[in-house]
Design a protein around this ligand. Sequence first.
Ligand SMILES: C[C@@H](N)C(=O)N[C@H](C)C(=O)O
Ligand SMILES: [Zn+2]
Length: 279
Amino acid sequence: QGAASGSLEAAGGSANAASPSVAASPSAAASPSPAAEPSAAASPAPAEPAASAAPAMSPKPASPKEEKKPVPERKRKLPSGFVYVDEVIPTAQYEIRYFTDYNFVGARLDGYNAPYAILTKQAAEALKEAHDFLAPKGYGLKIFDAYRPAKAVRQFVAWSKDASDQRMKEEFYPEVDKAKAFKLGYISSRSGHSRGSTVDLTLFERKTGKEADMGSPFDFFGDISSHGTPEIGKAPAERRALLKRAMELAGFKPYSKEWWHYTLEKEPFPKKYFDFDIE
Ligand SMILES: C[C@@H](N)C(=O)N[C@H](C)C(=O)O
Ligand SMILES: [Zn+2]
């Protein structure tokens, strides 16, 4: 799993539009180990529990059934302090995986009633800085997850306890026992995402619109997804380092176990876990 590939040219992944998209796409990053992100994880997470990814293989297309599902109009009124990220960064790409069934659970998550990325205003504005920093380097940001309702986290917990459901194992956690996903730090039972200032993301190449090869897919549970892994090639490692630099300059901190997961250092709600639906 997880291609350790080659050149700095972006690879793999479908190019998703600047607006929230229902279709899933593939995704495919190493720099010195970033500091662990603290977390209120219920389980003894190693470093910081914080984020996730898709396999290096080609992305599963959305099922015909899924494509027919109507996408609801977005609710304009968000809780105070939150914004729709595409209204702040219209030129980023959005592929909200937990709104689709292309994720490690294999189903749309509770509370994801629409494919939108929502963040605190501070986090969205900081993210725009990272996106703008990357532009002259030929890259942009592609968002997989942002604010995550606490009910979705509860669904992750239930999923991890259901040993009979292994439908996405091969693609997302081939060498990990799902019952240990929390303990190993790949998922947090008190996720920073529910505080509204944490984001899961990757790079896309501006020239082609394609998702960059980061050496392992988003939400791939394994050592290869850690910062500093020796298991990936030079180019993906350089891209992970570029993304990390952009995010740190913008005020985010990385999570050692997941190259795609970042939390705003000065998050406005450091102790509050929200549960409003995404709509
Ligand atoms: C599940 C994955 N995308 C993720 O976000 N993991 C971190 C540790 C979290 O759950 O906060
Ligand atoms: Zn995350």
